[in-house]
Design a protein around this ligand. Sequence first.
Ligand code: SAM
Ligand code: SF4
Length: 475
Amino acid sequence: MSAQDPITTGIDARPAATEPAEPARGRRGVFIKAYGCQMNVYDSERMAGLLAPLGYRPVDTPAEADLVVLNTCHIREKAAEKLYSDLGRLKEAKAARAGGMMVAVAGCVAQAEGAEIPRRAPIVDIVVGPQAYHRLPELIAKAARGKGEALDTEFAVEEKFDVLARDRAAPGVSAFVTVQEGCDKFCTFCVVPYTRGAEISRSASAIIAETRALASKGVAEVTLIGQNVNAWRDGDKGLGALCRALAKIDGVERIRFTTSHPRDMDDALIEALGEEPKLMPYLHLPAQSGSDRILAAMNRGHTAADYLKIIGRVRAARPDIALSGDFIVGFPGETDEEFEATLGLVRAVGYAAAFSFKYSRRPGTPAASMPKQVAEAVKDERLARLQSLLTAQRDAFCAALVGRTLPVLFEKPGRRPGQLIGRTPYLQSLHASAPASLLGKVAPVRVLAVTPNALAGELAEARGTEPQDAEAARG
Ligand code: SAM
Ligand code: SF4
């Protein structure tokens, strides 16, 4: 999972027309801004679902909102500064809004800063940590009663899993399912163990029940998410067994999972990747660095050779697997040779996709106070070199798909009339002319070209699919 630009869920999280309406409470607008990772996008969708029965409908701008939720991310960059500058802008919108506006700060910055937030920005009514979203309705009521700002940054993750799963907005064709939260690994650069708490797994029965409910609403693909998704455990069962159990659910055509940690890649998961056709041939396995000294300083718990060995085992089990990774350049003390080792690892693996970042000093983490912090200009130069290699690998991967016929799951209408957008098993977005009746279905598509952000294709006869793409026939 990787931080990206802020994502606004005001539109995507729009609840289904069938959800329970409560006209007595009146119609209210909610604007939710999610910063950062998939986990935050998922939590924002769940919040929208949770607020719908209270009469809140997503709106497109804060100016239209009775409730604004800023769902923050702390992983990199100046997260707190970004939040306070957004709150500065909201001050005017709040003052201008005749009916009033409630402002909630959620997510990892809320967890880290707590009561400091309303002290610095008195327009904030609610502060809610990542493990307490399910108590939002309660906190809104408390804030509305004027009992000062409502604050909840407790860790009570199991309760949150279940409440948020129940109150889910329209899920679409592909949906995230949280299976695991938190992290105990304490990589020296990372804030997650401090903001998201200890590693905790949701029970298999709750995950299966949520997936069944999603499948009954037309979801064909589930992506299991967690900070360390492959650390998931229920008794003696790991993620491989969970994926096999989910594959038995009618209507579930595709299963993915992210983000995995190299230390938790066990044999059962690798075997499932090789044997379970509904498990898609795509693995996001962050490497961070190709230098053993840097990996040790990061406290990753594996060497570059260990990582390559895992990749070898995965490829032996699933030869067509598309690999993705996360990389950090400019970790404190990283020398030119150590950076070259990262380039070497990337060349040895050959990635279909990747996320790469400049090391960002996170207050309170061990690496923030390590000596020999790397100059910004050096980080910039290393990032540019790494990204040009990763981009070339991604382009080569996509170019090799041209001419092949792949099973594509169609997820939504395209921009042009008569066009649908879907995904290949290897996670590339693909557009093709196709009837709307194929929405939510897997169909064989011949890849015609690589465009800047996607692949272009045309529907092919089911008969023409490649043997390994038999999945299409099921669609
Ligand atoms: N748990 C996953 C793992 O360890 O493989 C990754 C989860 S982390 C939320 C997502 C990515 O953000 C990491 O893999 C790392 O590359 C990046 N990241 C985390 N902290 C960072 C920092 N201080 N500076 C730069 N990148 C960072
Ligand atoms: Fe952060 Fe490391 Fe945990 Fe991933 S494994 S969430 S990078 S501490």
